[in-house]
Design a protein around this ligand. Structure first.
Ligand code: 13P
Ligand code: SF4
Length: 354
């Protein structure tokens, strides 16, 4: 739907008043009405790097979700302030691993006598606490665009990986890109005693996957892939690695949001694509590439936005920008110093991956 012209004008005016003091980052899953005001758009890896590369901006307005704003705060200087236009924009996946649960898991690994062989690898989609745990225990962060490189690195440091919190990205990367088998992976369930695993199972595993998932990508099924192939002959199925293993195994291509965009840019006219990721992005790409004769559809029959990404809407963005323009700092995301130091270690290991 077209944005309210009054709000568009107010956002433009506030941004103009702030000038180079503000830098607006927009994740690809954001609404069109918000994306139009982003100085840069990207996947979570690109946005983390871009946030760190703007030391002159006093305010970083992060149009995305809470863990991304935290990461931006960790990677920017102490003088820079990161603002999340709606504090309720969280991520259900990130919430699936709490600091206490992860500390308990480490105790279980210690009891099983394997903690010393385990390197934690945490998906960007995790709280600053989990990133700090990762840094403290010699591990790295990864995103969907560098998960293989992160695992390659981790298996040079140790024999086993504890992958947090997205079991699907962990499993898909291990099996698709690293030549491991499904049997090399076990799932640690934080709601069960000892994660629901025996010490022998833990000792035999190469990948210990945290039992977390994305509810948005979890809705795509093998049936969605089979349906779309029947409906659109010759269709290319392209999905995000947060999808279940069976969906990824049935797809033609797998990659991060940035990868998906590049694949469609390179696609020939007349090609047909079914995309398994968040709907704001799929719709934007379908509109963008339709004039070039590329047919792009959403992988599932029912719609699926990420409800927390969608919380950042134009009214919230206008409110944040106007407040900043009046000298009022609102919705600042600030990670405490100790957490920040260890989380930064883990994030910097990711940024240094070859
Ligand atoms: P990427 O932007 O890294 O592909 O991640 C997708 C996502 O789910 C972010 O929440
Ligand atoms: Fe979290 Fe999934 Fe939304 Fe990404 S799409 S922010 S992983 S709930």
């Amino acid at each position: 739907s077209p944005s309210d012209p009054d709000l568009v004008e107010r956002a433009r005016a506030a941004k103009e008043k702030l000038g180079s003091k503000v830098f607006v980052l927009g994740h690809h899953y954001q609404r069109d009405e918000v994306i139009q005001f982003a100085d840069v758009t990207g996947d979570s890896f690109k946005l983390a790097r871009d946030a760190a590369a703007r030391p002159e901006a006093e305010y970083i307005v992060f149009c995305g979700v809470h863990f991304m704003a935290e990461s931006a705060d960790i990677l920017t200087t102490d003088d820079q302030k990161v603002v999340l236009p709606d504090l309720a924009a969280g991520c259900s996946m990130a919430d699936m691993a709490t600091a206490e649960q992860v500390a308990e898991c480490w105790d279980v690994l210690t009891e099983a006598g394997i903690a010393e062989q385990v390197v934690p690898v945490s998906y960007m989609n995790s709280s600053a606490d989990i990133k700090a745990f990762t840094g403290k225990h010699g591990g790295t962060i990864c995103t969907s665009s560098n998960a293989k490189r992160a695992l390659d690195w981790a298996f040079e440091q140790g024999e086993k990986v504890l992958f947090l919190p997205d079991q699907h990205l962990g499993r898909n990367t291990a099996v698709r890109d690293m030549g491991m088998s499904l049997e090399d992976c076990v799932v640690y369930n934080p709601h069960k005693p000892n994660g629901g695993l025996t010490a022998d199972e833990l000792r035999a595993a190469k990948m210990i996957l945290w039992r977390g998932h994305c509810s948005v990508h979890g809705r795509f099924s093998l049936e969605s892939v089979e349906d779309v192939r029947a409906r659109i002959p010759g269709v290319n199925v392209l999905v995000h690695p947060e999808c279940k293993h069976e969906v990824v195994a049935a797809a033609d291509y797998v990659g991060s949001t940035e990868y998906i965009i590049k694949a469609l840019e390179a696609a020939p006219a007349g090609s047909k694509w079914a995309i398994g990721t968040e709907l704001n992005l799929v719709r934007r790409l379908a509109n963008r590439f339709a004039p070039e004769g590329k047919e792009i559809v959403f992988l599932d029959k029912t719609v699926c936005f990420c409800s927390t990404m969608n919380r950042i809407d134009l009214p919230h963005l206008v409110w944040a920008l106007e407040s900043l323009a009046e000298g009022k700092l609102v919705n600042r995301i600030e990670v405490d110093k100790e957490t920040e130091a260890f989380a930064k270690l883990a994030l910097e290991r990711m940024l240094a991956l070859p």
